[in-house]
Design a protein around this ligand. Structure first.
Ligand code: UTP
Length: 281
């Protein structure tokens, strides 16, 4: 299965940091966000990845390319640990790029992948969302897709005050943690939302989705919404994600994620705890 990672958005919630650099390249502790996303696809068994980019996103391409000058420098200076890390990034998978000419929404970004996907089911991983779990989220969705022979997406329960940030589903439980989706709505208010189950940025979609994207008018915020196109699929399943999601498109969430990931490094944890005590005092 191929994967598509949309990363062409303007990142307006993170301005001015994202004026001249992609939010998907913002580091979370020691790696850019999009590298975690690519690693999830690879850990799910995917080796063909298409990244949707746009204006000002060249650094994403550079990050996954070889960097001969840097590699030479690290080799000459005996920095073999860094050298191995740098070389391995460009060997993670076959990574392709296509540009979304105008940021018309997530549905339109996905539509840019149709020629590369060429009629097969495919995975979608949002470039600004990191997941952590025992079994990679995308792998679980691939298994649900295989079991039911239909599209699948990951959902998680969110508190009322966060409902209006997400696409929300209404579903009927067909097996533990799996729902047959009856309806979904993009960014509803908590009063009209059909549930608290939010679509969190991981999907496996049948290629019919492209016909549906073509057929829908702009939706919420005047954008071509993937949620509106997914409502037209014959069958789609929602799978409750057994793990943790980190949305780095939001400044405070990004900072929290950076701290949480840094805490996994014992040395950084020690330093940070000491520093936090200091500033709290
Ligand atoms: P978001 O809606 O979170 O990204 O889309 P955004 O539009 O960049 O964010 P704000 O609201 O302006 O701050 C989720 C993912 O879809 C991509 C984004 O790059 C992000 O990774 N996306 C979004 C596109 O590729 N194209 C679009 O037109 C919109």
């Amino acid at each position: 299965m191929k994967a598509v990672i949309p990363a062409a958005g303007l990142g307006t919630r993170f301005l001015p940091a994202t004026k001249a650099q992609p939010k998907e390249m913002l580091p979370v502790f020691d790696k850019p966000t999009i590298q975690y996303v690519v690693e999830e696809a690879v850990a799910s068994g995917i080796d063909d990845i298409l990244i949707i980019t746009g204006k000002g996103k060249r650094s994403i391409e550079d990050h996954f390319d070889r960097s001969f000058e840097l590699e030479y420098h690290l080799r000459e200076n005996g920095k073999t640990d860094f050298l191995e890390q740098i070389e391995s990034i460009s060997e993670l998978a076959d990574i392709y790029f296509v540009r979304q000419k105008k940021q018309k929404g997530l549905g339109d970004a996905i539509y840019c992948s149709r020629k590369h996907i060429d009629g097969e089911p495919f995975a979608v991983l949002l470039g600004d969302t990191i997941t952590r779990s025992k079994i990679p989220c995308t792998k679980t969705l691939m298994e649900v897709h295989e079991k039911y022979g239909a599209s699948a997406l990951a959902v998680e329960t969110v508190p009322d005050e966060k409902i209006e940030r997400y696409g929300i589903i209404k579903g009927k439980e067909v097996s533990p943690s799996t729902y047959l989706i009856e309806d979904m709505v993009e960014k509803p208010s908590s009063e009209v939302a059909p549930s608290n189950m939010a679509i969190m940025g991981r999907y496996v979609l049948e290629s019919e989705i492209f016909d549906h994207i073509e057929s829908i008018p702009p939706g919420f915020g005047g954008e071509i919404q993937l949620t509106d196109a997914m409502r037209l699929l014959d069958n789609i399943y929602g799978c409750v994600f057994d793990g943790k999601t980190f949305d780095i498109g939001n400044k405070v969430e990004w900072l929290k994620t950076s701290i949480e990931f840094a805490f996994e490094d014992p040395e950084a944890r020690r330093d940070l705890v000491e520093y936090m005590r200091e500033i709290l005092d």
